[in-house]
Design a protein around this ligand. Structure first.
Ligand SMILES: Cc1ncc(COP(=O)(O)O)c(C=O)c1O
Length: 324
């Protein structure tokens, strides 16, 4: 696969809150890896695309909502790597197409709309068989790229960052790795699971669910970890690192925002030059800043906040805000 992906930069940021908490804070800018296929999306897609290529599939079929980052990235990745793509979209067609779906079509993706009931059953054998019959031999990637191939790819997110960015503090303390706490926004927890599998003992992964009542994800993570470790995919030498869920920063639920979050995102961008998406990263960054004020982290901790991308979704969200 010969498309150029930039290594994600690691950006240290500072502010009065960070200084008072006595921590070092770094941002892993996965959003800057590629204009279209970036963030955690590339990592979740990578091994799915490789499996599809190995098995000689020419068409990828996947699922998502009308503003889905995954639909956007799959359409672009399919185009870059020479696959036909089909996007099964939850709900009815709305014209004109929103910016996400418009982009997907421009990348050559065929869109198919489905009612919510059918969509709910998308992972059942009956629906899969129906899709295979209707569209021929298609390589099906689950919504969000959330399968064990996705976990495998996400195990690579922190690896490079750890070896290239040993900080001054960790070097003088003689640590082999740079970050004590890795923070990430969490939807299905595929990304968190891959990260937890890749960390050293002593490091911790902290996930911020963006949906309401996100504590149910704990079970999801346990079963993803168990299934991954039982699979024949490459496993890490360490056992999974300690992980935890911080469930208080969902702002009312998935894709819900309020003025406080909007203001936070604007100010964060002005202060640090880092744009955040409203659905995922803004909630995690807000949560971390709030926890810093509460003394949640220990003085001397080195934090790595994973910017998982998703910025394409802001265009559609901002159009919605204007109509509100
Ligand atoms: C931008 C962004 N950040 C974070 C996540 C959460 O990832 P996961 O579903 O693996 O928890 C997603 C969803 O894939 C996303 O699009």
């Amino acid at each position: 696969m010969s498309v150029i992906f930039f290594p994600p930069p690691i950006q240290q940021i500072n502010s009065e809150i960070i200084r008072s908490a006595g921590v070092d804070l770094y941002v892993l800018r996965l959003d800057l890896m590629h204009p279209w296929v970036n963030g955690n999306k590339w990592f979740k897609l990578k091994y799915n695309l490789l499996e599809a290529k190995e098995k000689n599939f020419t068409t990828l079929l996947t699922f998502g909502g009308a503003y889905s980052n995954h639909i956007y990235a799959t359409a672009a990745a399919g185009n870059l790597f020479g696959f036909r793509t089909i996007g099964v979209i939850r709900g009815e067609e709305r014209l004109p197409l929103n910016p996400t779906l418009n982009f997907a079509v421009q990348q050559g993706m065929q869109l198919v709309y489905t009612n919510r009931e059918m969509y709910r059953q998308r992972n059942t054998p009956v629906v899969e068989e129906y899709l295979q019959q209707r569209f021929g031999e298609v390589f099906i990637i689950p919504e969000g790229g959330s399968n064990l191939n996705g976990v495998r790819g996400c195990m690579e997110i922190i690896g490079d960052a750890m070896s290239t960015a040993v900080t001054e503090r960790s070097r003088s303390a003689g640590y082999a790795y740079a970050f004590d706490r890795i923070c990430v926004a969490c939807g299905t927890a595929t990304t968190l699971t891959g990260i937890a599998l890749s960390l050293h003992q002593g490091q911790r992964a902290i996930a911020f669910p963006v949906l309401k009542n996100g504590s149910f994800l704990a079970q999801e993570i346990e079963s993803l970890l168990t299934n991954y470790l039982a699979s024949d995919l490459p496993t890490p030498s360490n056992s999974p690192a300690f992980w935890e869920l911080v469930c208080d920063y969902h702002f009312g639920g998935y894709a819900k925002v309020n003025k406080e979050l909007l203001l936070f995102s604007q100010q964060f961008r002005e202060e640090h030059g880092i744009p955040l998406d409203y659905v995922y990263t803004a909630k995690m960054f807000y949560g971390v800043m709030d926890l810093l004020k509460q003394g949640f982290f220990s003085k001397g901790d080195s934090l790595l906040l994973v910017h998982t991308g998703g910025l394409q979704g802001n265009v559609g969200m901002e159009e919605r805000f204007q109509r509100m």
